[in-house]
Design a protein around this ligand. Structure first.
Ligand code: ADP
Ligand code: MG
Length: 563
């Protein structure tokens, strides 16, 4: 069944009962989301269902509402068991049940997850519950101990099935499914339906209805997806510029490693951003506190790994930045699903190196969405922005601070050194902006953009003299320089793939090397590199092909960095 065939009708059409309708009204749920419109009637009719819809599309209510509508409140025994991949998700789902059942008398839902003391869980189980929401491991424990009875079970839900698979829970889930002996209704929910999930569905579900909400309409409607192409070493600056120019509420930046979460978070904190690292090593207590602070706005940027950000449901996330590529398209959809939640508009920006561009096409072909290029603000725009802010700061200080002592100091220094007041002020401006210059230059273009190569034959890149510029370096045979050392130094320091370094001619006192057209930043960097103890002092050889002199001419502001 496809989304466009669904007629939008209000929740009241499902006859969920007065109490639920009141709760939905209070929660400002006006119309059912597409997956809810499909799933609620199917579940009320008693069918097993497999529901595929992206994260943030309201899958929880899609199964929680029909279960609640049919629950026997008088029977204090677990009638529904929801399996979820993480404790965070288990807690979330349990909370949603509570929300929807807030006008029920004595409704009890229990989250059951590892890490929480058994005693707490046992006490609650003894008192009697209607719905259990748990992670597979801890549910298995309780079933083995006989502390959780499934004798009255009427519903079993596998929430975020693809995440459970990804986290290696599929055997545990199968084991749990095999423990249930009496007839019951099953629902499986997932953002994606890879083959192993389909197998589980086929084996354990009873002729399930497959309900799919077209991923395209969802992402295209709610999440604008863009990409920025640049070299690895420019990503940090690109991120900083993005933060200076985008209007955002809260941002999640995805990186690949735990270490990177700390590094990046430190870099951004240093610039005054309210940010924090979120990775699998963050203990649960801290994690919950972090998420609370993120929700409340005392942190605006989280630098996270995929594992750590799983299930994060924070409405105020306006941007998802894929700083490092996700492992696959599924991971990509999960990541970007952290934004565009609850009907809000979201932004997803993917950082990608020229080498990784293939992944872009993969995303586009699987999600059936076209990603637009993301343009960083121009150097002029950024400079103006920084200058304007700086002026505002000065005005603010002049207006509000007592500057008597500072003025006396400046006057004394002025008299002592006989330096103009404006020169002193200029020096102070420089001092204040040492780490973040007011005048910035454009970020270098990617060293080599494969997509611009018309020829599919990579050799063309080496053979095409148009692509190469000849440089002289001040190290030669007399210094003991070897081609391998030169290639190594240039490749490592300049971030240039060794394969793109062309012919090297070693002379007595100096050498020639052919390199791709270099960005100014890399050019300056390579000038400072040493081989055999000699500074390379890289210099273009005049008359060399595709020489773009103007690029290297010192501009007035050449001293300012690329920050
Ligand atoms: P999923 O499980 O598909 O990732 P969730 O069930 O977590 O999505 O829902 C995402 C958000 O949307 C939640 O904050 C939820 O409260 C909200 N939501 C769900 N259904 C509706 C609805 N019909 N109207 C408004 N908000 C909704
Ligand atoms: Mg969900």
């Amino acid at each position: 069944m496809k989304t466009d065939l669904i007629k939008v009708q209000p929740f009241s059409a499902f006859e969920l009962g007065e109490n639920i309708e009141r709760a939905l009204e209070k929660l400002k749920y006006i119309t059912p989301s597409p997956i809810q419109a499909l799933m609620i009637p199917a579940m009320l009719a008693g069918a097993d269902v497999v529901a595929q819809a992206q994260t943030g599309t309201g899958k929880t209510a899609a199964f929680a509402l029909p279960i609640l509508a049919q629950l026997n409140l008088a029977l204090q025994a677990p009638q529904a068991l929801i399996l979820a991949p993480t404790r965070e998700l288990a807690l979330q789902v349990a909370n949603e049940f509570k929300q929807y059942a807030q006008f029920y008398n004595k409704f009890r839902v229990l989250p059951i997850y590892g890490g929480q003391p058994y005693t707490t869980q046992l006490k609650a189980l003894k008192q009697g519950i209607h719905v259990a929401v748990g992670t597979p491991g801890r549910i298995m424990d309780h079933l083995r101990r006989g502390t959780l009875s499934l004798a009255s079970l009427k519903w079993l839900v596998l929430d975020e099935a693809d995440e459970m698979l990804r986290m290696g829970f599929i055997d545990d889930v199968s084991w749990i499914l095999e423990q249930i002996t009496q007839p019951h209704q099953k629902a499986l929910l997932s953002a994606t339906l890879p083959a192993p999930i389909r197998r589980v569905a086929k084996k354990y579900l009873n002729q399930p209805q497959e309900l799919t909400v077209n991923a395209k309409t969802l992402t295209a409607d709610l999440i604008r997806q863009r990409y920025w192409v640049g070299d690895q070493q420019n990503k940090l600056n690109a991120l900083k510029r993005l933060l200076e120019s985008e209007v955002y509420n809260a941002i999640i930046v995805f990186v690949r490693t735990k270490k990177e979460t700390f590094d990046l978070s430190e870099q951004l904190s240093h610039e005054g951003y309210a940010c924090s690292a979120l990775n699998g090593d963050v203990p649960q207590n801290n994690r919950e506190q972090l998420v609370r602070r993120f929700k409340s706005g005392s942190i605006n940027i989280l630098i996270a790994t995929d594992v750590a950000a799983r299930g994060l449901d924070v409405d105020r996330i306006s941007h998802v930045i894929n700083y490092d590529l996700p492992f696959d398209v599924e991971a990509y959809t999960h990541r970007i699903g952290r934004t565009g939640r609850a009907g809000r508009q979201g932004e997803a920006i993917l950082f990608i190196t020229p080498r990784e561009k293939r992944f872009l096409r993969e995303i586009e072909s699987i999600t059936k969405c076209t990603l637009e290029p993301f343009t960083l603000p121009s150097a002029d725009w950024l400079s103006n922005q920084r200058i304007t802010q700086f002026k505002e700061k000065i005005t603010n200080i002049v207006d509000n601070k007592d500057l008597k002592d500072c003025e006396a100091l400046v006057q004394a220094y002025h008299a002592e050194k006989n330096i103009n007041l404006s020169t002193i002020a200029a020096a102070l401006v420089e001092l204040v902006h040492k780490d973040k210059p007011l005048w910035v230059s454009e970020l270098p273009k990617p060293v080599l953009d494969f997509t611009k190569q018309k020829s599919k034959n990579k050799r063309a890149i080496f053979d095409n003299s148009k692509e190469k510029v000849q440089f002289r370096i001040e190290v030669g045979a007399m210094h003991g320089a070897k081609p391998s050392q030169i290639v190594g130094a240039i490749a490592n320091e300049g971030g240039i793939n060794g394969r793109n370094i062309g012919a090297i001619q070693i002379r007595e006192h100096y050498s020639f090397v052919e390199l791709p057209d270099l960005s100014k930043q890399i050019f300056e960097k390579l000038r400072q590199v040493r081989v055999s103890g000699q500074l390379l002092k890289l210099a273009r050889v005049h008359g060399s092909a595709s020489l773009e002199n103007k690029k290297y001419k010192k501009k007035k502001r050449s001293a300012s960095s690329f920050k």
